[in-house]
Design a protein around this ligand. Structure first.
Ligand SMILES: *Cc1c(COP(=O)(O)O)cnc(C)c1O
Length: 425
C-alpha cells in the first residue's frame, strides 16, 4: 500500500500511525491520572519542536493536549493549529522584547530563563494595563545542576548548561527567593533536565529539587505564591527495539515515590513531553536506488540521509536508529543477513543512516524504513543539497479494515525550493 506513495518524484516519505499516537497520548494522561490528587490541575503540553507539523498539532490539541513552544515560529504553528492561549507555554532562552510583549498580551504562559529576562518582563508588566490580569502565568526556569546523561548535547542540567538559573551557583538561591518576593506575578517554577539519555532517577531528582525550591519560596514568603510546577519533558525513547521502555506509567510512579508532595494537590502541574509521545509512531520510508560495493563493503544508496535523519548522520553513536528492509511490494525482506552500509543521497561521505549493519541483502527497488522516527526526524528537515522536504502522511485503519492515508505535510516543490533560496528576489 505505502509503496504506491513512493515513485521517482517522491522516493522518500514520512509516515505517522495516528492510532498509535492517540494511544500514546492516552497512556500519558492515564499515567498521571493514576498518581495525581482529585481535582489537581494538570496540563500536558506537547513540545512542538518534536513534530512541528500543524495537522499533527491540531490532532494533539483535539486529544486535550497543550503546546510548548520555543520561539515565534512554533508559537505561530501552535496558534494555527488552534491551541487556545491558556494551553500554550513559551520557553526559550532568547526571547526578544517583542516576543515577550506579544506573549504577555496573548495571555500565554511563559517561563523566564534568567534574571535579565525577569527584569524585562517586570518592565513590560509595569508599563502594561496592570500588575494583575492582563497576562498569563509566569514562571522561572531553574537548573538544579545534577549532571548530564549519555548525550552531552541533550543534557540541560549540567553545571554549565545554558538553560535556566543555575541553582547551586554562589548566591543563586537567595537571588531566586528575592525575585519571587519582588514579583508577586511570578507563580511557577520550571525545570527540564534534558532530552534522551538522561536516567529516569536524574529526571526525578530534578523534579524533586524544583519542588523543594517551591516549598522553600512559599515558606519564606508566608504565602502559596508558587502554585504550579512545570516539570518539563525528556522521557527517553527505546531506539533499540519495539518495546516502549520506559513508559509514562513507570515515570509517573517513580515521581510519586521520589516527590510525593507533587501529587498532594497543592500544585498545578505542567508537563512538556515530545519525543516519547511520537517517536515510536513514525517512520521514514524510502527506496533503494542503487547498490554497490566499496573496499569490500556493500552499500545501499537510498533517499533518506542527513536531510531527514540529521542527528543520526552527524552523531551516529548517540542516535542509532533501526532500519527495516522490505522488497518492492512492501514485504519484509528475507535472506542471509549481510553487513552493509545504508546511505543517503547527500553529497558527503558521512551521509549514512546505518554502518556495517547486518540486514538482508538489499537490491535496487527495495524499500528501507527508518524506525522510531516520528519525532525530530522527518518533521525537522535539514536543507542540505537543496533536497526538497518529503511529504508526510498519517495512516489509520478505517472501521471496515481498509488502511486510509491523510496528508500531514505536502512534499516541497522544486519551485518552493528555488523561492526559499532567494529565487523570488
Ligand atoms: C525539547 C524540550 C522538551 C521536550 O523534550 P523531549 O525530550 O522531546 O520530551 C520539553 N521542554 C523543553 C524546555 C525543551 O527544550
Amino acid at each position: 500500500m505505502t509503496h504506491d506513495l513512493l515513485d521517482d518524484h517522491s522516493p522518500l516519505i514520512g509516515l505517522l500511525d495516528l492510532q498509535d499516537m492517540r494511544d500514546t497520548v492516552s497512556a500519558l494522561h492515564a499515567a498521571f491520572d493514576e498518581v495525581t490528587a482529585p481535582g489537581q490541575h494538570v496540563l500536558h503540553t506537547f513540545a512542538v519542536k518534536a513534530a512541528s507539523l500543524a495537522p499533527v498539532l491540531r490532532r494533539l490539541g483535539g486529544l486535550g493536549m497543550g503546546a510548548e513552544v520555543a520561539g515565534p515560529g512554533e508559537l505561530a504553528l501552535a496558534t494555527a493549529a488552534g491551541f487556545p492561549p491558556d494551553r500554550v507555554v513559551l520557553d526559550s532562552p532568547a526571547k526578544t522584547r517583542a516576543e515577550l510583549r506579544e506573549a504577555l498580551a496573548q495571555g500565554i504562559a511563559l517561563n523566564a530563563d534568567n534574571p535579565q529576562e525577569l527584569d524585562r518582563i517586570a518592565e513590560l508588566i509595569d508599563a502594561g494595563p496592570g500588575t494583575t490580569g492582563g497576562h498569563g502565568p509566569i514562571g522561572l526556569r531553574v537548573n538544579p545542576q545534577l549532571g548530564g546523561g549519555s548525550i552531552d548535547a541533550m543534557s540541560t542540567a549540567t553545571a554549565t548548561s545554558k538553560f535556566g538559573v543555575a541553582l547551586r551557583d554562589e548566591g543563586a538561591r537567595a537571588r531566586v527567593l528575592r525575585a519571587f518576593a519582588e514579583h508577586p506575578w511570578l507563580t511557577r517554577l520550571h525545570c527540564h533536565v534534558g532530552s534522551q539519555g538522561i536516567p529516569l532517577e536524574r529526571m526525578a531528582a530534578g523534579v524533586r529539587a524544583t519542588h523543594e525550591l517551591a516549598e522553600e519560596i512559599n515558606t519564606a514568603l508566608g504565602r502559596r505564591q508558587v502554585d504550579t510546577l512545570d516539570i518539563g519533558g525528556g522521557l527517553p525513547v527505546n531506539f533499540d527495539g519495539e518495546e516502549t521502555d520506559p513508559t509514562f506509567a513507570a515515570y509517573a510512579a517513580l515521581l510519586r515515590r521520589e516527590v510525593p508532595g507533587l501529587f498532594d494537590g497543592r500544585y498545578g502541574l505542567v508537563t512538556e513531553f515530545g519525543r516519547s509521545l511520537l517517536a515510536k509512531s513514525g517512520l521514514i520510508l524510502t527506496r533503494v536506488e542503487y547498490t554497490k560495493t566499496a573496499g569490500g563493503r556493500p552499500i545501499a544508496v537510498t533517499h533518506a540521509g542527513a536531510q531527514v535523519a540529521t542527528r543520526t548522520v552527524f552523531a551516529p553513536d548517540a542516535w542509532p536508529i533501526r532500519v527495516a528492509a522490505y522488497d518492492a511490494k512492501g514485504r519484509p525482506k528475507t535472506g542471509v543477513p549481510l553487513r552493509q552500509d545504508v546511505a543517503g543521497p547527500c553529497c558527503f561521505a558521512g551521509d549514512l543512516v546505518a554502518r556495517d549493519r547486518a540486514l538482508p541483502p538489499l537490491a535496487p527497488g527495495d524499500l528501507t524504513a527508518l524506525l522510531d522516527t516520528g519525532a525530530y526526524y522527518f518533521s525537522t528537515p535539514f536543507a542540505y543539497n537543496s533536497l526538497p522536504r518529503p511529504a508526510v502522511y498519517g495512516y489509520a485503519y478505517e472501521p471496515d479494515g481498509t488502511l486510509a492515508f491523510t496528508m500531514l505535510r505536502r512534499a516541497q516543490t522544486l519551485a518552493e525550493v528555488v523561492a526559499e533560496s532567494g529565487g523570488d528576489l
